[in-house]
Design a protein around this ligand. Structure first.
Ligand code: CP
Ligand code: NVA
Length: 312
């Protein structure tokens, strides 16, 4: 049985298999062909943080695959009152067929997975947001930007930056990350990405100059400066991130046909300029819709790779 906790655990071929499944199921869905790949299966969805896209896309996705989603807010289940993660995992995974979790540390989701009888999907942790990156990659494929692109990530060295590192280093494309000093990516995650890059041929560069990162890029992306759980640092972060807004001036350093991606929610006037955002709204909201399609690819792939099914 495989879990989807970070792209670190997947090969390029496996990522492409999930993307192909997503494309196939997306085309079927667009024709209103709802193939019951996961008939009568239940997806438990545990949220310890807020969500719009992740909740709606997983719940709608499992329903369209013939199953049902259970929204489990930590404020409403015993986990929020101190029941251990490992007990929650042992209970819930005896009742449902797959689990998606949005939580704080990656360690918590790893602990859940260790005790789970069913596949576990990362719906965002402090360290990673791999489901988002599958949607981003699907969007790059659809917009003709997946063939050896130069990608630039400008902003916080957070879960999104880490997930971009994993995607680029596995798929073998160029990624330039620019963060303010003091907000760099986790050194261990960068080291892992560099090791994968040495095998895949990816070119990874990390620095503190956003314009240099964006220069000639095919794909430019950013994320909030104040991730969930960091709200108390907002004032300091806004000051420290001065000069990191991706606006028309920053984007003019990229290729003229570059696309702009944003995982959302977007905070205009902070990490992204209003005009730049609205100019690229079509791609940004295609990316948001692709959460639905990419995650169906992930769920169906995990379902197809359960040990019981593989050995049958
Ligand atoms: N991009 C993303 O994960 O959005 P939500 O926080 O709304 O789920
Ligand atoms: N980095 C952001 C992503 C939100 C989807 C956060 O963790 O809040």
């Amino acid at each position: 049985m495989r879990h989807f906790l970070t792209l670190k655990d997947f090969s390029k071929e496996e990522i492409l298999e999930m993307i192909s499944l997503a494309q196939k199921i997306k085309a079927q869905t667009k024709k209103k062909e709802f193939v019951p790949y996961m008939e009568r299966q239940t997806l438990g969805m545990i949220f310890e943080k807020s969500s719009t896209r992740t909740r709606v896309s997983f719940e709608t996705g499992i329903y369209q695959l013939g199953g049902i989603g259970l929204f489990l807010s930590s404020g409403d289940i015993q986990l929020g009152r101190g029941e251990p993660m490992k007990d929650t995992a042992r209970v819930i995974s005896r009742m449902v067929d797959m689990v998606m979790i949005r939580t704080f540390s990656q360690k918590k989701i790893e602990e859940f997975a260790l005790y789970s009888r069913v596949p576990v999907i990362n719906g965002l942790t402090d360290e990673y947001h791999p489901a988002q990156l599958m949607a981003d990659y699907l969007t790059m494929v659809e917009y003709g930007k997946a063939d050896n692109p130069v990608c630039a990530y400008v902003g916080d060295g957070n879960n999104m930056a880490h997930s971009w590192l994993m995607l680029a280093s596995k798929m073998g494309f160029e990624l330039r990350i620019a963060t303010p000093a003091g907000y760099e990516c986790d050194a261990g995650i960068v080291a892992d990405a560099m090791a994968f890059a040495a095998q895949s041929g990816a070119k990874i560069s990390i620095g503190n100059d956003p314009k240099a990162a964006v220069k000639g890029a095919d794909v430019v992306t950013t994320d909030t400066w104040v991730s969930m759980g960091k709200e108390e640092e907002k004032e300091r972060r806004v000051a420290d991130f001065a000069g990191y807004i991706v606006d028309n001036a920053m984007m003019s350093c990229a290729r003229s046909d570059a696309i702009f991606l944003h995982c959302l929610p977007a905070y205009r006037g902070y990490e992204v300029g209003e005009e730049l955002f609205e100019t690229h709204a079509e791609t940004i909201f295609a990316e948001a819709e692709n959460r639905l399609h990419a995650q169906k690819g992930i769920m169906v792939w995990l379902d197809q790779h359960r040990l019981d099914k593989v050995s049958n």
